[in-house]
Design a protein around this ligand. Structure first.
Ligand code: AOS
Ligand code: ZN
Ligand code: ZN
Ligand code: ZN
Length: 426
């Protein structure tokens, strides 16, 4: 199923007058306050976030999984779903594949289908956290960190194979998330595992094409509950440094212990030119993978404020690979992703409103109250008209979620794919 321009135009029609007056009102107000509105809208319209191929089916936990009607059963259908998100929001113009869950069979057809939907292939993800059918070695006791050479070599080779697959699709980066760790004190030797991991990552890095980047994710716990080999940004950073210039840390918002100052981590990494990728989600307790902005929207704004600062002031840091890494068990996955995309745009828009020069002045004057006011004024602005304008300028929906429901997209997907469907992958 694909949404047509006509469908979107007719869905937008009834709301356009309201939008026009909201936009003019906000734009007058911001202009009076010295904000150049057009560059903000322009930046918003260019911001593209990758959708992971594993987020399109209903999520689940180890206790069970409630499937959702009309889930995509093939890679082609997953691309169709991302195409729907992109048609509505104009901000989901990329897909992030997970291998082996979504290994293409006909590459030319997959490339063509993605191009038709206006989608690029962003970072590709390897998987050494599950044993695959027929695998010679098990990852039960580790993959890239394994002390069993057979398992470690198998994991290295898998990553290199993933790069080959990515090359055929036009990806330019590999994301490694390692589940390796231990469940009990004393189970393994920390130093030995780190040495093995560094060596494995360097071998993978050495096999990357010259224009590829390596992103190294970190996470404090889960699936192992005593220790994780790459537990924090510091470990990821030192491994990225050990690999070389094209290896970077990837920040996943859910991969921090409660109350960690993520905005400061982002800031440090960008200063050092080592922030490569970003996984958006929200969390209350741990790696909850909740809808972006559903629990801590102010924290998200503060993180975006550092990202915007870094994007303007840190040419040493590359353009970031943005991805949503959320899933929710009880929602329509596409509606959940629309909510996440909206939350990302809103946080970005607010961060773009922060007057960085004024903030620097207030900081210089040690006017702590003013500093806080500058941030909170931006956060408290209802920026929805700016986000709407950015979408409209690219032919998207005025209200993506509303249009999705009004156009009965899920019913159409169920009609095409059937009611009792199970997405491949997770
Ligand atoms: C796992 O916690 C990481 O967030 C990964 O980025 C990703 O969710 C995983 O590779 C998919 O299972
Ligand atoms: Zn992640
Ligand atoms: Zn995660
Ligand atoms: Zn997560």
């Amino acid at each position: 199923m694909q949404l047509t321009k006509d469908q979107l135009l007719s869905a937008n029609e009834p709301g356009l007058r309201r939008h026009e007056s909201d936009y003019n009102h906000l734009s007058d107000k911001l202009s009076e306050a010295g904000v150049a509105v057009e560059p903000v809208v322009d930046a918003l319209s260019k911001f593209q976030v990758a959708i992971p191929s594993w987020a399109l089916g209903a999520g689940g936990t180890r206790f069970g999984r409630f499937s959702f009607h009309g889930e995509p059963g093939t890679l082609e259908q997953k691309l169709d779903d991302v195409g729907i998100l992109h048609a509505l929001t104009q901000t989901a113009g990329a897909v992030s594949l997970h291998i082996p869950w979504d290994t293409p069979t006909d590459y030319a057809a997959v490339r063509e289908h993605a191009a038709e939907l206006g989608l690029a292939f962003d970072a590709i993800n390897s998987n050494t956290f599950q044993d695959q059918p027929g695998a010679v070695h098990s990852y039960r006791h580790g993959s890239l960190s394994a002390t069993d050479e057979g398992a470690r070599q198998q994991a290295i080779e898998h990553n290199l194979r993933v790069v080959e697959i990515g090359e055929k699709l036009g990806s330019k980066s590999l994301t490694v998330w390692l589940a390796d760790g231990t469940n009990f004190p004393g189970q393994r030797n920390f130093q030995r595992n780190l040495v093995q991991t560094e060596d494995s990552l360097r071998q993978i890095y050495a096999g990357l094409p010259a224009d590829w980047k390596l992103f190294i994710e970190y996470k404090p716990y889960e699936p192992n509950f005593y220790s994780t080999v790459i537990q924090d940004w510091g470990t990821s950073f030192l491994l990225a440094n050990a690999c070389g210039d094209r290896a970077f840390t990837l920040v996943d918002l859910g991969h921090h212990l409660p109350n960690t100052n993520i905005e400061q981590i982002v800031s440090t990494l960008m200063l050092k030119g080592k922030l490569g990728g970003f996984h958006f989600n929200d969390s209350k307790y741990g790696d909850d993978d909740l809808t972006v902005g559903s629990v801590k929207p102010y924290a998200l704004f503060l993180i975006f404020n550092e990202l915007v600062y870094g994007m303007r002031n840190n040419p040493q840091n590359p353009d970031l690979a943005w991805m949503i890494d959320a899933s929710h068990n009880v929602k329509d996955p596409l509606e959940d992703l629309l909510q996440s995309l909206e939350a990302i745009q809103l946080a970005y828009a607010r961060a773009l409103l922060v007057d960085q020069d004024e903030l620097a002045t207030a900081q210089g004057d040690h006017d702590v109250v003013r500093c806080q006011e500058i941030l909170q004024n931006a956060f408290r602005t209802d920026v929805r008209p700016l986000v709407e304008r950015a979408r409209l300028s690219r032919g998207g929906a005025l209200h993506p979620l509303g249009a999705y429901r009004q156009l009965d997209v899920r019913r159409e997907l169920v009609r095409e794919r059937g009611k009792h469907t199970v997405a491949t992958g997770l």
